[in-house]
Every structure is written in C-alpha cells, then in structure tokens.
Write a protein that binds this ligand. Structure first.
Ligand SMILES: Nc1ncnc2c1ncn2[C@@H]1O[C@H](COP(=O)(O)OP(=O)(O)O)[C@@H](O)[C@H]1O
Ligand SMILES: [Mg+2]
Length: 383
C-alpha cells in the first residue's frame, strides 16, 4: 500500500459475523467507512457497517462490485474460497494476503507448513483410506482425533477415536470421507493463545499468551495474563517467540492468532492458526490499550500499531445460545456485577453452541476477573 487510509476511506470486511462487527465498530469510531460482504443480511456485522453486500462467497460479479467500492479488504473468517480472495487482490490490497489464508484455511497444509519450518506440533498423519487410518491409529496410539482439513470450527468436523473396539470404524463412518487429518490426543495441562499483530512495515506486537478454557471443544473462558505459577516467564516468552516467528515466516500483514497446547510435561505445541481476530482476544477491548479489533483496522489502514500494554488483568466468558433454553437470560442479574461488561452480537436465534455474545471483566488479579465473568454468566440463568 502506498498511502495510509484517511477518514472517509472504505474498509471492506469479508464475513458477516461478530468478529467483523466488532472490527467495524472500531473502524467507524476512527472515521473510516466499512462495507461488509456477507452471505446473510441478518448477521451481526451489517448492523454496525455503513453498507453491506449480500451474496455467496463465490459470486464473482458481486465480489467485483464490492472490491471496486472499497480501498482495502480484510476478512473475519477463513471459510472463504481462495479464488474469491485472489479476485479481490487484483482490485485492492488484501490483508493478510491470500497466501496466508491458503495455508491457514487448510488444516493439512497448515500442519505441513509447521512441520517443514520446525515448529512444534502434535504428532499427526494425512489419511488416505480406511486401511491407512487403522495403520496410523496404531502408530499414533489411542486416543486420537480425526479432523476435517477444511471448514471445521468450534470442534465441528472432529471425531475422537477412543479406546473401545469399533471406535476407529465409528470415527471413519461418522467422518464420511471428510476426516483426512489424524492427530494424537494431547495430554493437556491447559491451552493458550498468542495474537500477533504485524504492520505493513513489519513491526510486530503481541497479545498474551492468553489462557483458554474450552467446554465441549468450544472456547468457554479466556484470561490474561497467565499467572507465573501456571506458566513460567520463559514459557510465556517462548509462546510469543513462536508467534513472532510464524508472523514473520508467513509474512503476515494483519493479525495471526496462534492456538497452542501446553502439555502436562510443560511443552508448547502449536494447535492451529487463524489469520484474524480471535475469540480469545475479546478481552483486549477492556483489558488492553489497543483492542485486537482496533489493531486490525489500524494495520489494514496502513497506520502504526497501537500499544498492546495490558491495562488491568481481564477475563472473558462466552455466552452461548444454550443460555436461552429456559427463556431470555436475565441481563439485569448479569449487570448486577458492576465490573461485568456485556457484549451481544445481535443474533436473532439462540441455538445451542452458537456464540451469542460474551461478558468481560477487569479486576486486580486474573483470578478475580475470571471469577466475576463466571459468576455473572451463572447468574443469567440462576433461580
Ligand atoms: N489433539 C488434541 N488433543 C487434545 N485436545 C484437542 C485436540 N484437538 C482438539 N482438541 C480440543 O478441541 C478444541 C478444538 O479443536 P481445534 O483443533 O482447535 O479445532 P477448531 O477450533 O477449529 O474447532 C481444542 O481447542 C482442544 O480443546
Ligand atoms: Mg481451535
């Protein structure tokens, strides 16, 4: 990019979800206009964008129209046909580049890239047939997990291979041809993520590591910072070094979230990469000088990075559609916790497992912040 965007210029975001919504809020606060390209008009992003273009993610006519209306493009999901991003790249700068997307949207290519470049990752194999699966399961040992190469999220597209007779055949059947990546089941102490930010001029900054607790394979609670007794200074530094090396190696302009496993023997393994804002970074809105959402908008606008210093320990709990099962949640009860900050994404139907919003709190310690968000969330449905 030859110039920084100026207020009034237009940032295009592909994807209509909550990540684009929260980025659009920041862009508009900074004086930019936003256009969101989405498959569905009634999605969280368009409610906070200047305009939206509604079409399939492979509609070349609409993508061309969108590309001509914007000054730069970024995306909030990896589930976009690569050809569509190449089409847009011929019209405007796209950040992170389609090359980054080509690797991170494909679990097998991502693992090959990590392996070839010496990054630590769980033992894995590419599966070609049922017989090959049987052979690789005995090499990796059980339990292990079969995953789809593309399109998976929130644990969807994963089939665990347990210890029982018949589990291999059951996983293969359930995957129905989609399970092509087999991975050892890691003995986890906990999970963490580092969100790297890299500007057009190559300067970098990092959020985290953030501590991530999952429930049913979906992120449940994130906390930052991680206390020294849980993760040593040197391991935290190592996690940031891995993220820095990945941002540089992939030549990321934008954000790269690196999800990591910390094993019970204290080793870091890279789980997966996301070239975008990440659910674990939502607490940066209240916790950090510059949120991940403002940061991505600054980067795509060609501006310097904002400071990533943490203002106060912070925690975030996701609000899933399950909370609506006995009627509308009691928001008044959540907000009786004075430190609780409520974020709802404007989704109309609450389905189990669907991310409807989140609650963040800051406190004197990360433990106190984590306790507040969990209590506030529990009170939403408490008697
Ligand atoms: N090999 C594994 N060992 C242990 N836990 C795993 C493994 N793979 C996935 N998980 C659990 O499932 C969650 C989701 O898996 P992940 O591969 O990150 O897929 P996605 O986030 O795309 O659904 C992980 O964050 C982790 O909690
Ligand atoms: Mg994941």
């Amino acid at each position: 990019m030859s110039r920084s965007l100026v207020p009034g210029d237009v940032i295009g975001i592909v994807g209509g979800g909550q990540l684009g919504r929260m980025a659009s809020i920041c862009a508009r606060r900074m004086g930019y206009r936003t256009i969101i390209y989405t498959e569905e008009a009634a999605s969280p992003g368009p409610q906070w964008a200047d305009q939206c273009v509604v079409g399939a993610l492979d509609n070349t006519d609409l993508l061309t129209k969108f590309g001509r209306q914007v000054d730069v493009v970024t995306y909030e999901t990896e589930h976009i046909p690569l050809a569509s991003m190449h089409l847009l790249e011929r019209l405007v700068p796209v950040y992170p580049s389609p090359h980054v997307l080509s690797i991170t949207q494909h679990r097998q290519l991502e693992k090959d890239f990590l392996l070839q470049n010496g990054f630590p990752l769980p033992a894995c194999a590419t599966i070609r047939s049922y017989d090959h699966l049987v052979q690789e399961v005995s090499r990796l040992n059980r339990p292990c997990v079969l995953k789809t190469a593309t399109g998976g999220y929130d644990g969807k597209g994963q089939w665990k291979v347990g210890l029982q007779d018949g589990d291999v055949a059951a996983a293969w059947k359930a995957a129905n041809g989609r399970g092509t990546v087999l991975e050892e089941w890691v003995d986890l102490a906990f999970e963490c993520s580092v969100i790297g930010a890299r500007a057009v001029d190559g300067t970098m900054a990092f959020y985290g590591p953030l501590l991530n607790d999952h429930a049913n394979h979906i992120l449940d609670v994130s906390v930052c910072p991680i206390v020294e007794s849980r993760m040593s200074d040197s391991l935290r530094a190592e996690a940031r070094e891995i993220a820095a090396a990945l941002c540089t190696k992939l030549d990321v302009v934008g954000l790269l979230c690196v999800e990591m496993f910390v094993t019970t023997s204290g080793k870091l393994l890279v789980n997966e990469l996301a070239p975008r804002t990440h659910n674990s970074g939502h607490l940066t809105i209240e916790g950090h000088v510059t949120s991940q959402f403002e940061q991505i908008m600054r980067i795509v606008a060609g501006l310097p990075l904002g400071a990533v210093d943490q203002i106060r320990p912070a925690a975030m709990a996701n609000l899933l559609g399950d909370l609506w099962s006995a009627g509308p949640p009691r928001w008044d009860r959540l907000l009786r916790h004075p430190a609780a900050k409520l974020h709802l994404y404007g989704k109309l139907d609450a389905k189990p497992g669907r991310k409807m919003g989140h609650v963040t709190a800051t406190a004197d310690t990360p433990e106190a912040a984590a306790e507040t968000v969990q209590r506030a969330r529990a009170d939403l449905v408490g008697g």
